[in-house]
Design a protein around this ligand. Structure first.
Ligand code: AMP
Length: 556
């Protein structure tokens, strides 16, 4: 029997209308790059409101339509986190377009490859990256209009100024016919193997993801919050926060091109930020600044309720340090481009206190699936594995905001049919326990297989980062004639820290791991290469050190 309920489509215009009507006065604060009296670059604060941003977003929608952009066409952004980028988030889907957020940290050739693959028709580009315009004009024939966000010192031929352009158009007054399953957003995967693949988010998946992201046991976003997404808006929609905050009316704070600890700490204090989100390296920088300020006798006063950490595993030592030194709670979240991204959040059950040992152990796991996301583990033979907290398997996911295919049908092998149900193979290796806590052990390609058994590089890295001399650790597999692969730990030491001996590190790790898990060798480097989305580039490390191993240099 069919229900008697209405079938109302879930559309991004709902977010725009709520922001415009209910939260018109709520503030949106952005740091923009300016110059001081001496001409040096400094962060300046720009203030606006949801009312103004929604109005300008609807001008953008009208301007795009007037430029001949049809529903379904892709509109790219190459932009930092700011109110103008938010206008694109709201405005492009409002005229039926697809917002394609391009990663600004990629090489210009990769940017062109992605723009060409997506067949983007319009590009909104931050003035900071204007140097890339000639390459795009020459190499991306689908782009028929380039618009610059922010002032340009010298006008560029054939390029519009965003503020002037949108103000030439009245706000759009009627939304076009949009289906909830139509594409609204587009993101490319990090592409650590082969060419990047694109996922397109629908209006429906965006609304459901926003609804599910806000509750207390997810990201904890409400109208009384001030939210600073440090995670870039070009990376999986800044974990959906621009949409979630606009839907619920939370004040949004954007750090623009700034991500250093002192600027972030000051911004959090000035704007009374209650929720913030970023990758572990960002929190390491913030922690150093909070420590410095406290030692200098002028600690920051931060009303932070939740620091969401994700994108790669948050070491337990980092979670402990924030709590024990500053009484701040890090909450780990896991997800990926293909999962919109919110998959799990590590919120503790009521019987486990945050500051307890068990609390830290659980907080260092990736957490429990948010409602309607399902997770399972698969063996190499395609069998479902137990949720016993010990058995490692390939993590597969299913849900209303999980990708069911890639743009243009690439990467089909990542999508599985299990008993007639569609599942997405995440490529992560994980355990699940009886309470639903998921614990990432590795990317499938980063896992170390020694003597036929798996060693989790993530676990070793987290443990090593708790050593007093170690700032960063990346553990990689090295070919081994006897065991197939053995772990090598690459370390960056804390400034001024003495180099720990092999024996000292082995002794430090020994109580926590089986003997055969312990790294065979340690290498100290100045810096670990980091990719465009803030993750360690283990492939580069493997290349760097495999030559050493092949050449017979003793790294043991
Ligand atoms: P991306 O699509 O670039 O966001 O990358 C997604 C991948 O990042 C996931 O498949 C995981 O391997 C990794 N990742 C994201 N969040 C976490 C986390 N909290 N802990 C460990 N790995 C994570």
């Amino acid at each position: 029997m069919k229900s008697t309920m209405m079938d109302v489509p879930l559309l991004i215009p709902e977010i725009v209308e709520r922001a415009r009507n209910f939260f018109a006065e709520r503030e949106i604060v952005s740091l923009v790059a300016g110059k001081n009296e001496q001409g040096q670059p400094v962060a300046q604060t720009h203030r606006t409101t949801y009312g103004e941003v929604a109005g300008r977003a609807l001008r953008l929608a009208r301007a795009l339509t007037a430029a001949g952009v049809q529903p379904g066409a892709r509109v790219a952004t190459l932009a930092v986190n700011s109110y103008r980028h938010l206008e694109a988030y709201l405005g492009v889907p409002s005229m039926g377009g697809v917002l394609h957020t391009v990663n600004i940290r990629l090489h210009p050739d990769q940017v062109c490859w992605i723009i060409n693959d997506a067949e983007d028709q319009v590009l909104l580009i931050e003035n900071l990256f204007a140097g890339m315009i000639p390459t795009i004009q020459a190499g991306c024939p689908s782009v028929k209009k380039i618009v610059v966000l922010g002032p340009l010192p010298v006008p560029i031929e054939g390029v519009d100024d965003y503020d002037t352009w949108i103000m030439q158009h009245e706000p759009q007054t009627r939304y076009p016919e949009i289906q909830e399953t139509d594409a609204a957003g587009m993101c490319y995967t990090s592409g650590t193997t082969g060419n990047p693949k694109a996922v397109t988010y629908s209006h429906r998946s965006t609304i459901l993801h926003s609804l599910a992201s806000a509750p207390k046991d997810a990201l904890n976003v409400g109208q009384s919050d001030a939210v600073l997404p440090i995670v870039p808006m070009f990376h999986v929609n800044a974990w959906g926060l621009p949409y979630t905050c606009s839907l619920y009316g939370a004040k949004l704070v954007f750090a623009g091109a700034f991500s250093d600890g002192p600027t972030l700490a000051k911004l959090m204090q000035d704007e009374q930020v209650t929720i913030t989100a970023g990758v572990p390296t960002i929190w390491m920088g913030l922690l150093a600044e909070l420590d410095r300020a406290r030692e200098a006798g002028a600690p920051y006063r931060l009303p932070l309720e939740r620091l969401v950490v994700g994108g790669s595993a948050a070491p337990e030592a980092l979670i402990r340090a924030f709590w024990e030194r500053h009484q701040l709670k890090l909450a780990q979240a896991w997800g990926m481009t293909e999962t919109h991204p919110l998959g799990t959040v590590s919120v503790l059950p009521p019987d486990v206190g945050f500051g307890s040992d068990e609390g830290f152990t659980l907080a260092a796991k990736q957490g429990v699936a948010v409602p309607t996301v399902q997770l399972e583990l698969l063996s190499d033979d395609g069998e479902l594995l137990p949720h016993d907290g010990k058995t490692m398997g390939r993590l597969i996911a299913r849900g209303p905001w999980i990708a069911g295919s890639y743009f243009k049908g690439t990467g089909q092998s990542n999508f599985l049919d299990i008993g007639g149900q569609q599942w997405f193979d995440t490529g992560d290796i994980a355990t699940l326990d009886a309470r639903g806590f998921m614990h990432i052990q590795d990317r499938a390609k980063d896992l170390i297989k020694s003597g036929g058994e798996w060693i989790s590089s993530v676990d070793l890295e987290n443990a090593l980062m708790a050593h007093p001399t170690v700032l960063q650790a990346a553990v990689i597999a090295m070919p081994d004639p006897k065991w197939d692969e053995r772990p090598l730990a690459v370390l960056v030491l804390r400034p001024g820290a003495p180099q720990p001996s092999h024996a000292e590190l082995t002794e430090f790790l020994a109580p926590k791991f089986a003997k055969w898990w312990l790294p065979d060798a340690y290498e100290v480097v100045e810096a670990i290469p980091i990719g465009a989305t803030g993750k360690f580039l283990k492939r580069e490390l493997r290349d760097q050190f495999s030559e050493k191993v092949a050449g017979g240099t003793a790294v043991r």
